[in-house]
Design a protein around this ligand. Structure first.
Ligand code: GAP
Length: 479
């Protein structure tokens, strides 16, 4: 699937209709590239967060987690290189006044060429763009846009400004009196909170290299071209891990973490062919090697996670700017050194979008006599917002009472949902639409033999199980 805009729009609509994701402050017409998670979206997001946290900290012998503040001393961003280097080449169309990221503009042209079957031209253009971006050749990029006759989608003209660099950091004032206030930044990555705490954690945790520090938290970027739903936001969350290693071992640890992270992705039940590695041609200012793990979204293969070999760039610069030693004494080789770092950095919101894209299915269930269909979210059970729906067949004959008892037995262990309204078929469909993997129905037979039907979301098969085994059955599925 190259670019399935219709499917992507259907997913966005479904997210809104079923309480997953809403535009931010929608009653005021929303805020561009900012979104709120609703009752189901926030559960899904939290389940993904918990799953990542557990696999990166609890299941590792040598990785611990922290939770650093969003605001940091402004010098942090000078030392990290973000003040000077965290920018994207942009170009404005003079007629529409629209601003574009240069690489996005050229990538759209590459997509058009591919769609028109001109693969060779597309590949050549990709190469030219990569070369010019790597050399930060702004004039060359401007010329490329001109020779390709790329037009603004709004004005339809090629009346472009020069290409300029724009810094992506948001700034604000710390302090109440304007003369005394100092400018600080909203962090554009969570990683720096880990770097500045490197020695605090190493010393207090008596950590030995190689070891890692993980963190989940908000990051902010003034994305000029923010689009594609929660794929590119101005406020988003990252799940990052910095792995501190002995200098000279970065190549093997880089390969190790590439493999580990791919295994984590496959563990979500997503097939290997939906992923690919993409090596960076233009390296970020801190990296000596970097790649992305890309997933095939309905809008094409796009980055979900970055794996970066960051050398000792960050710790060395923090040492220089803070005048505090960032060295580690390695007892095995009897030497002091500034550790090198391999970073794994995955966007939480992009992972939510990936899981939603993979799960979303429109199914035709028509029979010769009756048209029928359903929209189902085939989430892995452990990520589903609701694990179990408990549905009394009718509102009378003591069935709701039994259903409430089941609810009380299960709700401390996993998220349940109770509903008695509407025909059972309608209730099943509503649960399919939010991805609930199991529904149990309490019917009149329950009163006779103490069993319920359990319905499996994906196969829609039903079987009878004893009421007493419901909790254990669901726990086995989601563990
Ligand atoms: N600390 C390294 C770092 O921040 P990055 O490649 O700029 O590297 C890492 O970002 C991940 O954060 C990306 O792979 C992506 O999933 C997510 N991300 C970056 N910018 C984003 C945005 N504007 N909206 C949503 N997610 C974003």
């Amino acid at each position: 699937m190259a670019n399935d805009t219709k499917r992507f729009q259907a997913i966005i609509g479904h997210c809104k209709e079923y309480g997953f994701i809403f535009p931010s402050s929608e009653i005021y017409d929303g805020l561009s590239a900012v979104y709120d998670y609703g009752q189901n979206g926030s559960e899904l997001k939290k389940n993904i967060k918990d799953h990542w946290w557990k696999s990166m900290t609890q299941l590792q012998d040598n990785i611990v987690g922290i939770d650093a503040a969003i605001f940091m001393h402004p010098t942090t961003w000078k030392a990290s290189g973000h003040v000077d280097n965290f920018s994207d080449p942009m170009i404005d169309n003079k007629d529409s006044k629209k601003r574009y990221r240069v690489d996005h503009l050229i990538e759209a042209r590459i997509d058009d060429l591919e769609a028109a079957g001109k693969q060779d031209q597309a590949a050549a253009l990709q190469q030219d763009m990569d070369r010019l971006l790597a050399a930060s050749d702004l004039d060359g990029l401007r010329q490329l846009i001109e020779t390709q006759k790329i037009k603004c989608a709004v004005s339809g003209t090629s009346n472009w400004t020069d290409v300029r660099q724009f810094n992506l950091m948001f700034s604000t004032q710390l302090g109440s009196v304007s003369e005394e206030a100092s400018e600080i930044y909203l962090r554009p990555e969570t990683a720096q909170g880990i770097f500045v705490n490197f020695l605090n954690v190493q010393k207090t945790g008596r950590m030995k290299v190689p070891f890692g520090i993980a963190q989940i938290g908000k990051a902010f970027r003034n994305e000029i071209v923010a689009r594609q739903f929660i794929f590119r936001m101005r406020e988003f969350e990252q799940m990052e891990m910095q792995f501190f290693i002995r200098p000279g071992t970065q190549k093997e640890w880089y390969e190790y973490w590439k493999e580990q992270r791919m295994q984590w992705h496959l563990g979500l039940g997503i097939p290997r062919e939906k992923y690919r590695f993409h090596d960076h041609v233009k390296l970020a200012h801190y990296a000596d090697a970097a790649c992305d793990i890309e997933y095939e979204f309905p809008i094409g293969f796009k980055e979900v996670e970055g794996i970066h070999s960051r050398t000792d760039f960050d710790l060395k610069n923090h040492q220089e700017y803070s005048k505090k030693k960032m060295q580690y004494f390695d007892p095995e080789i009897n030497q002091n050194y500034i550790p090198y770092v391999i970073e794994t950095s995955i966007g939480l919101d992009r992972t939510v979008l990936m899981v939603l894209s993979e799960a979303y299915a429109e199914e035709d269930l028509s029979t010769p006599d009756k048209p029928d269909s359903r929209v189902v979210l085939r989430f892995p059970p452990r990520l589903a917002p609701v694990k179990l729906a408990i549905l009394p067949l009718t509102k009378k004959d003591g069935l709701p009472e039994i259903a409430r008892e089941i609810m009380n037995d299960c709700k401390a262990h996993f998220r349940c949902f109770y509903e008695e309204k509407d025909a059972i078929g309608k209730r099943y469909r509503r649960m399919d639409a939010i991805g609930t993997p199991f529904c149990v129905t309490v019917d009149h037979q329950t009163k006779e033999d103490g069993t319920v039907t359990i319905r499996h979301r994906d196969s829609m098969n039903q079987e009878r199980i004893p009421v007493t085994s419901i909790r254990e059955t669901i726990l086995n599925y989601i563990s």
